[in-house]
Design a protein around this ligand. Structure first.
Ligand code: COA
Length: 191
């Protein structure tokens, strides 16, 4: 089985033109998952605006796709205008796709991308009650601490090396082919 396929799905980076897929995934999150993702309840309008700013913020967004639909996302965000020492990550998996290892797999991709961009400290935050997120973060050796009712996770990625850069580049090539195939399928369905 390819590294890109597990439980019938595939993971790839989104193209800047795919903000609609990111938006539709976030809009499908049930009320509780939405609250866990954004740390409070947010409106559809907020999500539309948030997703539309994905490319402006220069974020890297990984999507998990099953049957042509994006069912999970992992975001790696810069904290300034360029990639610096620190970055932030966020995750969302639609309810029916949770607890199947997708979040763990996505976090691995985000950590590798952070590593390859010279990030030394990767932050993620979640509500204190969010046991699943904390379990995933622990699996990736995050240092978790409680802060004002939230849990902040810090991961110190290893420095980039030939293999980490090559692995991301190879994933990107496969991701490109998957995206083209996905686009062709959607065009065929629409026709
Ligand atoms: C948090 C989230 C990203 C995790 O993704 P996922 O695909 O469900 O995670 P995985 O299946 O890879 O792993 C979940 C782990 O949590 C464990 N778990 C489940 N419920 C748990 C709980 N209440 N307390 C502690 N651990 C729990 C599972 O056993 C599993 O660990 P294991 O693989 O060692 O058995 C996903 O559930 C989600 O989108 N939640 C809502 C949004 C959110 O919370 N985002 C994080 C803030 S940005």
């Amino acid at each position: 089985m390819s590294e890109h396929r597990f439980w019938g799905g595939t993971i790839r980076k989104l193209w800047p033109t795919e903000t609609d897929r990111f938006r539709d995934h976030l809009l499908r999150l049930d009320k509780d998952t939405r609250r866990m993702r954004f740390a409070h309840g947010v409106s559809d309008g907020f999500i539309e605006d948030y997703a539309s700013r994905m490319t402006h913020m220069g974020s890297i967004v990984f999507g998990y796709f099953e049957d042509g639909e994006m069912r999970a996302a992992a975001e790696l965000r810069k904290l300034g205008d360029t990639w610096g020492h620190e970055a932030e990550a966020a995750f969302s998996v639609e309810r029916a796709y949770q607890e199947k290892g997708v979040g763990t797999e996505l976090m691995g991709r985000v950590i590798r991308s952070a590593r390859n961009r010279g990030v030394h400290l990767l932050y993620m935050s979640c509500l204190a009650e969010n046991g699943k997120m904390q379990a995933v973060a622990r699996k990736h050796h995050a240092d978790l601490r409680f802060e004002y009712g939230e849990v902040v996770g810090e991961i110190v990625p290893d420095g980039p090396n030939y293999f980490s850069i090559l692995a991301e580049a190879m994933d990107d090539r496969v991701g490109y082919m998957l995206a083209v195939f996905d686009l062709q399928t959607r065009i065929a369905h629409a026709a």
